[in-house]
Design a protein around this ligand. Structure first.
Ligand code: DGY
Length: 435
């Protein structure tokens, strides 16, 4: 075990802890983010279980009365971030939290599997299960929200209505959707580019698109029905849906451990069956040899390879045969000797940019999903390489938000980009070092 690095990771998490929740990193992201919180809780679970539990409890406390969990909870007034609470106006939705200001969009549903991981990590299994009993129904309610409000064609695949819901914020995949839109040129003051070099962040024009989708949702008070009808961005995302499916599986396991709850288990199994079937039928692209996104608004597949294409390995979605094909594609396009695994976008594409946010760099959370996903299917050597690459990038550069995938760039310790002292990079390193 790498003692020094481990200690540094613990310090990152301790410094980003704000009494009842964690920030992803100072200045750039000064509030609580949903999927960040989940990954952070897994890190804390290894050395401070009460904080891990509190992290999730705080997030779930911000759940809306319809089961929805927002992507950012604005716990404090902080003008180092744009767009803040006064832009998002979650109060427009009649069932939004009365206690917390938030956004009106969500992020990948990781909390189900996070709870199961916390249970597995815990040394006090009884105590851990008692805690889980106090929160699990909220997570079930959240899944119920997704299946009843985000699946208009009743396919078992839920939509996202904004690129920020995907978690892969400015992926080149969305370029095809931006090409169908022509939003106004908004006047606003970016804050992200005062903290981080503009070459590592989305462009002003991309932000116009991001804001425009939110303006449309706000015009309709964040009504799910209206969003499904009108949002220019409506996508079935393989990463998002894989997280939901993995979390379904974890909820089934946890309810089984708790005992009772036959009705909830039965419902989860029904969702699970339908979701997995549709996922394989609709999102697997034979020719590409991996999973892709589907543009529900324009009814067309978005045929691009990204790290999201491989995330279904984490949720046991592909058959062994499909998994083998995916790994072949991954190693062929992303896994050359001169590359760190795993770039966030196809390095052989002309849309690839190894410095810019989600347009190419390596992210530790996606690597963490791959580390376990590859192991699931017995690809132990490649799984270990993902872990080794992740450790090496952090050791050389620090706990950055994302990293250049080109090994040759990593000689002077400046190949880490975006925010520094980034919580999930620390949290998931702690978890990988323990495994
Ligand atoms: C940002 O501001 O870039 C965030 O990732 C949105 O979630």
């Amino acid at each position: 075990m790498k003692e020094e690095l481990y200690k540094k990771a613990v310090t990152v998490l301790e410094n980003n802890w704000k009494d009842s929740f964690s920030i992803p990193c100072a200045n750039l992201y000064p509030f609580q983010w949903k999927w960040d919180s989940g990954f952070i809780a897994i890190g804390f679970a290894h050395f401070d279980m009460p904080k891990a539990q509190k992290e999730i409890e705080t997030l779930l406390d911000a759940q809306w009365e319809n089961g929805f969990i927002p992507h950012i909870i604005f716990h404090t007034d902080n003008d180092s971030y744009f767009p803040g609470p006064n832009f998002h106006r979650s109060d427009l939705h009649p069932l939004s939290s009365k206690k917390y200001k938030s956004t009106g969009m969500t992020q990948p549903p990781v909390i189900g599997f996070v709870l199961e991981d916390m249970y597995k990590i815990s040394k006090e299994k009884n105590e851990s299960l008692k805690y889980i009993e106090t929160v699990i129904d909220k997570v079930f309610f959240n899944h119920q929200y997704f299946y009843s409000k985000r699946d208009p064609q009743n396919e078992g695949l839920v939509y996202i209505y904004h690129n920020w819901e995907s978690g892969t914020d400015n992926s080149p995949i969305w370029d095809d959707i931006w090409a169908t839109m022509n939003p106004p040129e908004y006047t606003f003051e970016r804050r992200d580019t005062t903290h981080v070099d503009a070459s590592e962040r989305p462009s002003k024009r991309e932000y116009d698109h991001y804001l425009h989708i939110i303006e449309i949702a706000k015009e309709h008070n964040y009504s799910d029905e209206k969003i499904a009808e009108l949002s220019p961005f409506l996508v079935q995302d393989p990463l998002f849906n894989a997280m939901l499916i993995k979390s379904n599986e974890s909820l089934i396991n946890l309810y089984t451990l708790i005992g009772g709850n036959a009705d909830k288990i039965e419902q989860l199994e029904k969702w699970q069956q339908k979701s997995k079937t549709s996922f394989n039928a609709k999102l697997y692209d034979e020719e590409i040899g991996a999973y892709i996104h589907y543009d529900l608004r324009n009814e067309k597949p978005l045929r691009f390879l990204s790290s999201s294409s491989f995330a279904p390995l984490f949720a046991n979605i592909p058959s062994q045969e499909k998994a083998a094909k995916m790994v072949e594609v991954m190693m062929d396009k992303f896994g050359g000797k001169d590359q760190y695994l795993c770039a966030s976008f196809d390095p052989t594409s002309d849309r690839f940019n190894p410095k810019k946010y989600w347009r190419g760099p390596v992210w530790i959370n996606l690597n963490w999903l791959l580390f376990y996903g590859l192991k699931n299917y017995g690809f132990n050597d490649i799984s270990n390489r993902v872990k080794k690459d992740s450790i090496e990038m952090i050791e050389k550069n620090g706990f950055f938000e994302y990293f250049d995938s080109r090994k040759e760039i990593h000689t002077d310790g400046k190949a880490g980009y975006g925010g520094n002292h980034f919580s999930w990079s620390a949290a998931l390193l702690i978890d990988m070092l323990n495994n």
